[in-house]
Write a protein that binds this ligand. Structure first.
Ligand SMILES: Cc1cc2nc3c(=O)[nH]c(=O)nc-3n(C[C@H](O)[C@H](O)[C@H](O)COP(=O)(O)OP(=O)(O)OC[C@H]3O[C@@H](n4cnc5c(N)ncnc54)[C@H](O)[C@@H]3O)c2cc1C
Ligand code: SF4
Length: 695
């Protein structure tokens, strides 16, 4: 496996030990070489350690102690007694082995690669009337959409100087939308973003080391990445921890780009089902903004879903559902359950700034092809052209207020740790469901002792995270299940609403997901005993899973509970010494019942499609959608912001990110976050004259 030239720092003795242990973990099988024999000059080992340098220390420790023992005994001992050491060894051995192009060829894995859709492939996937059973359903009655509000005249630009008309904090999804809309209306917009621009050539998706790189540098978990732009989250007391990205484009750099509106009924759970609270606004008010966002972003999708609100077809044709989507759909049709090809902010054909999607299936770690509509690509270039000023490497530590309780701007720290002040007439928070609550709590003062705009006590409370699990279905046929988008090939809203007979409120959206390459396939079996996971078993697991399995993912709608919170930690800080958020979120009995019930149905869906086996994967430690921590409402006693996103107590402070959500809906939230941000920006254009803080 390892040659002294490529990895001199391990030394010849440790390299010899590594080769022996590697052979025990991945032995020869048929035309597949053992892991030791597959890498005679250490080339793949060197690349693996370059991609995962943090493993070197642990690996050196393990190899230093195991030279005298018989290799198979030593790997078993490590597995049983030294799990961190074993995991480092296994990650390096399997990583090097499956990087090897000859091994890849023999197991039939082309890498995440490149496979542009044929122009008619979406139609081909849906051939033979696959959608007919779904179309035969009676669509539910949808609320009649009302007229969009009148925009009113644009405001004139303010005078010269550093003062902004509007300061936006956070350059992710919602911040980009607000900045572009207000810049187009002539406002002087400054946006402060703690992260930097991403360079698509850095994204891991088109690199052979993809599966290694996503474990650390490109993890969606800020605590694992720990990049200078990240702030840590204190997660020790939580069932679910937030995932996000901190850069221009925010979490849309990582998002799967699946694009779903909430349905009219999702805004009315209290009225319709006696559950949680109604939103102060209706679907009808948001509908024009959903449509405008879909045109801005070039959403791809297929019109006609009977369970989705009616409206114009998405501007771009749908992405292909692929072999895994077709397989899943066949099972759903047998059961008579709803499914539909998913919509995405991914270019199915070349579109404005976006290239055509090449189906590399790596969307959740940045799109290296420039096909996914992260807002750094789709919105910021236009916002800047229109005059918005984007300051990167600018971490806001506090929103400032004057004696009358009006926001006056923010204090931020640059990359060198130097503090600056940005004055503004209006402050818009777009720092996501964790970052916005954190900033409001950080901005306490004698006037606002419990945090800015927090007399309701609800800032940071009612956190919703959409707990997510999946059922992997394994099939006895090749399905190319590494192909993208990743994202969602198709979705189901069959079990999205409350059915009292199930014993829990609300439901879930289901998504068909690809599973990636051999390392991600093997990771599904991490809970197995040594004998079933390592040695000859490795080859059996890869052979039966790679390219032949896909997930039915289940993201439940969690309800808002005041016990689920973002607070400030008393000890942990970010690299600028600013207190970090502490996350506390419990998966309660109702959420657990919802997850268990949905997983049982997802297993049935796989069985109906012909799966030969199923494996439940628990992803619920990650919260993908950060919602609810500055709740919108009409009553200042029970909400933080009003229906226009304006803080009840601070009339020139707005919140436009997912913090505003009253309930979480079963869908991924970004279509609703962006539509609402655009609605608030339109409102600011109409109203800002009356709401600006005097200079
Ligand atoms: C792995 C993953 C997959 C996802 N998949 C989907 C999907 O398929 N569909 C979907 O709808 N949604 C998906 N999401 C969620 C989606 O990314 C978010 O809903 C969306 O990006 C939220 O937008 P936002 O504006 O609220 O916050 P963000 O996009 O998170 O932006 C917040 C920005 O604020 C900045 N910021 C925070 N604090 C400060 C500070 N103190 N000073 C300066 N800047 C600050 C951050 O650096 C960040 O750039 C996914 C998320 C993840 C992580
Ligand atoms: S959008 Fe996703 S599947 Fe398409 S090219 Fe980009 S990363 Fe690959």
């Amino acid at each position: 496996m390892a040659g002294a030239d490529a990895t001199p720092e391990l030394g010849p003795e440790r390299l010899a030990t590594l080769r022996a242990l590697a052979d025990a973990l991945i032995p020869e099988a048929g035309d597949l070489p053992s892991a030791g024999a597959a890498d005679p000059d250490g080339r793949w080992l060197a690349r693996t350690l370059a991609a995962r340098p943090e493993l070197c220390g642990e690996l050196g420790r393990v190899l230093g102690g195991g030279a005298e023992r018989e290799p198979a005994t030593e790997t078993r001992r490590l597995f049983a007694e030294d799990r961190p050491g074993f995991d480092a060894l296994a990650a390096v051995v399997a990583g090097s082995y499956y990087l090897n192009v000859k091994v890849r060829r023999r197991i039939g894995y082309p890498g995440q690669g490149k496979r542009p859709p044929y122009p008619d492939e979406a139609e081909y996937d849906l051939r033979d009337g696959l959608l007919d059973p779904v179309l035969a359903r009676t669509p539910p009655a949808h609320e009649e959409p009302g007229p969009p509000p009148d925009d009113g005249p644009p405001l004139p630009r303010a005078g010269d100087g550093d003062r902004a008309d509007v300061l936006v904090i956070g350059a992710g999804a919602s911040g980009a939308v607000v900045a572009r809309r207000l810049a187009a209306a002539g406002f002087r917009v400054v946006c402060l973003e703690q992260g930097d621009w991403c360079n698509p050539s850095d994204f891991p998706g088109d690199k052979p080391e993809f599966e290694l790189l996503i474990e650390r540098r490109w993890s969606p978990d800020p605590n694992v990445r720990a990049l200078p732009a990240d702030y840590p989250c204190e997660n020790s007391g939580t069932d679910v921890a937030p995932v996000m990205f901190n850069a221009v484009g925010g979490s849309t750099i990582h998002f799967g780009a699946q694009w779903s509106r909430m349905r009219p009924s999702d805004f009315r759970t209290r009225t319709r089902e006696g559950v949680a609270d109604d939103w102060p606004l209706s679907y009808a008010e948001l509908r024009p903004f959903y449509e405008r966002m879909e045109r801005w972003l070039g959403v791809s999708g297929l019109a006609g879903d009977p369970l989705y609100p009616p409206g114009p077809a998405p501007p771009l044709p749908p992405l292909p559902i692929g072999a895994i989507g077709r397989k899943a759909a066949e099972g759903m049709n047998r059961l008579g359950w709803h499914w539909w090809p998913a919509s995405h902010v991914i270019a199915s054909v070349e579109h404005e700034h976006q290239a055509q999607c090449e189906r590399t299936g790596t969307c959740m770690w940045g799109c290296p092809k420039g096909a996914k509509g992260s807002t750094d690509l789709t919105i910021w270039p236009e916002a800047q052209r229109l005059g918005a000023r984007l300051v990167t490497g600018a971490r806001v530590r506090e929103i400032t207020v004057d004696a009358r309780g009006l926001a006056t701007g923010a204090v931020y720290v640059d990359r060198k740790g130097t503090e600056h002040r940005q004055q503004a007439d209006v402050v818009v928070l777009a720092a996501n469901g964790v970052g916005t609550a954190r900033l409001l709590l950080l901005s306490s003062s004698s006037r606002f002792p419990d945090g800015l705009a927090n007399s309701s006590g609800l800032v940071g409370k009612r956190l919703m995270l959409h707990p997510y699990m999946s059922v992997l279905g394994i099939y006895d046929e090749p399905l190319e299940s590494w192909l993208g988008p990743w994202g969602t090939q198709l979705l189901s809203l069959q079990f999205a609403d409350t059915d009292e007979s199930r014993g829990f409120p609300r439901g879930a959206q289901w998504d068909v997901m690809p599973i990636g390459g051999p390392l991600l396939a093997l990771a599904r079996y991490d809970g197995l005993p040594y004998n079933e996971r390592w040695g000859p078993a490795v080859h059996r697991l890869v052979q039966r899973t790679l390219g032949r399995a896909f997930d039915w993912g289940v993201g439940i709608e969690d309800l808002p509970h005041e016990r689920n919170t973002v607070t400030l930690d008393s000890a942990l800080t970010d690299s600028d010494g600013i207190p970090a958020p502490r996350i506390s979120f419990r998966i309660d009995a109702e959420m657990r019942a919802n997850l268990d019930w949905q997983l049982a149905r997802a297993r049935e869906a796989h069985e109906a499609a012909g799966a030969i086996d199923t494996v439940v994967t628990d992803w619920s430690a990650w919260g993908w959608h950060l919602l609810g921590t500055a709740r919108m409402g009409d009553d200042p006693g029970t909400s933080v912001i009003d229906r226009w996103g304006c803080a009840h107590e601070v009339p020139n402070l707005y919140v436009v990110d997912g913090s505003a959500f009253v309930t979480s809906g079963p869908q991924p939230p970004t279509a609703t976050i962006c539509a609402n941000a655009l609605r608030v920006a339109d409102h600011l254009v109409r109203r800002a004259g009356g709401q600006r803080a005097p200079a």
